[in-house]
Ligand binder design. Structure first.
Ligand code: M6R
Length: 361
């Protein structure tokens, strides 16, 4: 049942305010400015012993894990990074007892992720799952973890599960941070930010008509560039993947700072750029990158917290706490990918060559 929507992708994009509300529900502890995650199976003493966190996933779940790693470093000050699960498994990784491994998966059935979990467990590592489908293979194999509570996701192209996974990581980061050095005031600041998300998501989705218009304007391109820095970079990667999967338009994602090391050679009027420009300490750097692109006659669509003069168009998104900005900035670009694909007559819920869960290697 698509509840009045023409595709599952559209329905799922519009379910995000409710889905985020669901992942927060019952978990916030205002008294200690922290959150409780029931199934982690990691007590405070064990959590304090964690020296590193390694996050493993594929595709969109990997991108959500990249933002998750940044959130963990920012809020809990534990070194963290994300890696594609398949690559991790084949490079004979050094498995360290003080590292906490986190497997991320919507379906909980992705073979590459499951196999990485099994290999880690064989080597005696502790593995948590950040999974959407309850009782799935990865959820069962993991030592503990947290469910993402996005609800069923039918479209092959993942949208609401990405957003909820990032929110689940924010909860994990807040929890780990508050057992370590994150202050009560910062804990409260993040909790207040999390509580603002559902309304801000609705606000973004209310701008659909404008995004649809922009999609029509940019989507004659053969190829598009997506750029961002630090918090904006995984957002750019995920937006680039969304556009590729559902519209089949070629897209590249780069850190804005890397442009001058090569990809700038691609910039010309026929190669528009989508720039993720949060209002944080990298704002001026991002403006400088947009200037470089304008100087090569590149067109720019910015996703930002205020109208960007250097850009040809700006999709303005509501500001949250800096750490939580990546959660919101990708949402208009889900709609951008959707409307681009719709205008091109693509099979939105089942893009060619793809399957919802990749249960083979
Ligand atoms: O079910 P999983 O999250 O483990 O799936 C991982 C990827 O296959 C998945 O995110 C894929 O990239 C989607 N088609 C993205 O929209």
């Amino acid at each position: 049942d698509m509840g009045g929507h023409d595709t599952y992708m559209h329905k799922e994009i519009f379910e995000q305010a409710d889905a985020v509300d669901r992942v927060l529900r019952g978990r916030i502890d205002d008294r200690f400015s922290t959150v409780h995650l029931g199934g982690l199976n990691l007590d405070a003493r064990e959590a304090r012993g964690v020296r590193r966190i390694k996050i493993l996933g594929c595709g969109t779940s990997y991108h959500a894990g990249q933002i998750g790693a940044q959130l963990i470093e920012e809020l809990a000050r534990i070194p963290a990074d994300a890696e594609p699960a398949s690559e991790f498994r084949y490079r004979n990784p050094v498995v360290d007892p003080d590292t906490l491994y986190v497997a991320v998966s919507q379906s909980g059935e992705t073979y590459d992720v499951l196999a990485a979990v099994q290999e880690l467990k064989r080597k005696g590592a502790r593995v948590l799952g950040v999974v959407n489908v309850v009782g799935s293979a990865i959820a069962r194999e993991a030592d503990g973890g947290t469910y993402v509570h996005a609800g069923p996701e039918v479209c092959v192209v993942s949208t609401k599960c990405f957003t909820n996974t990032v929110v689940a990581f924010a909860l994990l980061a807040l929890h780990l941070g508050r057992i370590r050095d994150l202050s009560v005031a910062d804990g409260k600041r993040i909790i207040d930010g999390l509580r603002r998300l559902p309304e801000q998501i609705s606000e973004i989705l209310a701008g659909e008509d404008e995004i649809k218009r922009l999609a029509a304007e940019y989507a004659e391109a053969k190829s598009m560039m997506f750029i961002g820095r630090v918090r904006g970079y995984p957002v750019a990667r995920e937006a680039s993947l969304k556009l590729k999967e559902v519209s089949y338009i070629h897209a590249e994602a780069y850190p804005a700072s890397e442009l001058k090391h090569g990809p700038l050679a691609l910039i010309e009027p026929a190669m528009p750029t989508v720039a993720i420009v949060p209002d944080d300490d990298l704002l001026e750097k991002n403006r400088a990158a947009m200037e470089e692109i304008k100087a090569r006659s590149g067109r720019i669509l910015a996703v930002a917290h205020q109208v960007q003069e250097k850009a040809d168009h700006t999709i303005v998104v509501p500001k949250n706490e800096n750490e939580l900005d990546p959660i919101l900035m990708g949402i208009p670009l889900q709609l951008f990918a959707y409307h681009t694909a719709l205008a091109m007559g693509r099979d939105i819920d089942k893009p060619r060559n793809l399957a919802k869960s990749v249960t083979v290697e």
